[in-house]
Design a protein around this ligand. Sequence first.
Ligand code: 0PR
Length: 369
Amino acid sequence: MRQTGCSEEELFSFLSAKRREDLGYKHVLSSMCTPPHPVALRAHSMFIETNLGDPGLFQGTASLEKLLIESLGTLLHNPDAVGYATSGGTESNIQALRIAKKLKRAGSPNVIAPASVHFSFEKACDILGLEMRTAPLDKDFRVDVEQVESLIDRDTVALIGVAGTTEYGMVDPIRDLAEIGEEREIFVHVDAAFGGLVLPFLENPPDFDLSLPGVSSIAVDPHKMGMSTMPVGSLLLRDDPGLLESLSVDTPYLTVKREYTLTGTRPGAPVAAALAVLDYLGMDGMRAVVTGCMKNTHRLIEGMETFGYPRAVTPDVNVATFVCGDGAALPAGWHLSRTRQGHTRIVCMPHVHRDVVEEFLRDVGESIC
Ligand code: 0PR
């Protein structure tokens, strides 16, 4: 740290220079984040100094968190769901597995996850001392339910399903997983961090949420397709307050006496922003955004196929993957990603407008010639 501070002008010219080193979103086709909706930015700045870690001091903000959970619970077919606003999918997944572990006494507890599961579960299992058993996928990159069943034993504390996989945008057969969970009394957690704010706005979505009685918990991230500011995710649990309470610790010197969240200090700003976007857009507005993203995904797939790059799979949500091969001449200047199986992957987030897709396809065409 400097002995004497610098001028504001010097400071901000340094910060601006650093900010210019970041990539603008326009050519980023690999991210599950997107620039926040203008109402999210406005709400975020109103609530910038709020801390949900001490909700008695910020009762208005805390009531917005309740409204957010109520809104997401209703969207996911359980208006009485309990939950809270997390820092994102990683925290939601850790907390869900913490609950599952507490609910069932097991000698050496294990969880069963699809091979497609996000790496946050690796962190969760490491922290919680859980064995992660990985079930293989079928040809469409969805978990093979028979394989899941064959991995279950009396120490299985949770089954995990993904609704909108990070790499291929697929929804696992959640109904089947939920039925197995119900029958064998195993906690079922659905990671809908990405798909949770896409699937409810599709024409005929697969079953994936709390409408299925066997689903115990679900993670949904407003800072992905919810166009909120970062960081905000959510963990929703079937309407049994005891589930969250099982994580509580005493907080003697706060305005509340117990706390079940993983983090202590929690920003209220992105929570207000998340609710602002959902309230401002409503079902119709969200449907319009999601419909646009899905149309762009399909246009991208069709365009890439005309250049001889076939889709790896037809996705359930707005993630497109292609068989491009190592020698493929993909255009420079675009930020793409690759799946573990070597497929080229593009996420059609709200900032990937139709003209961006067309510009990318033009560049692909030119790089082939
Ligand atoms: N579950 C799923 C299905 C996810 O896709 C992700 C993140 C998580 C959980 C974890 O969420 P948090 O990162 O909010 O804790 N998926 C992307 C990934 O890790 C996130 C991402 C975002 C990646 C922006 C790149 C990027 O530029 O791949």
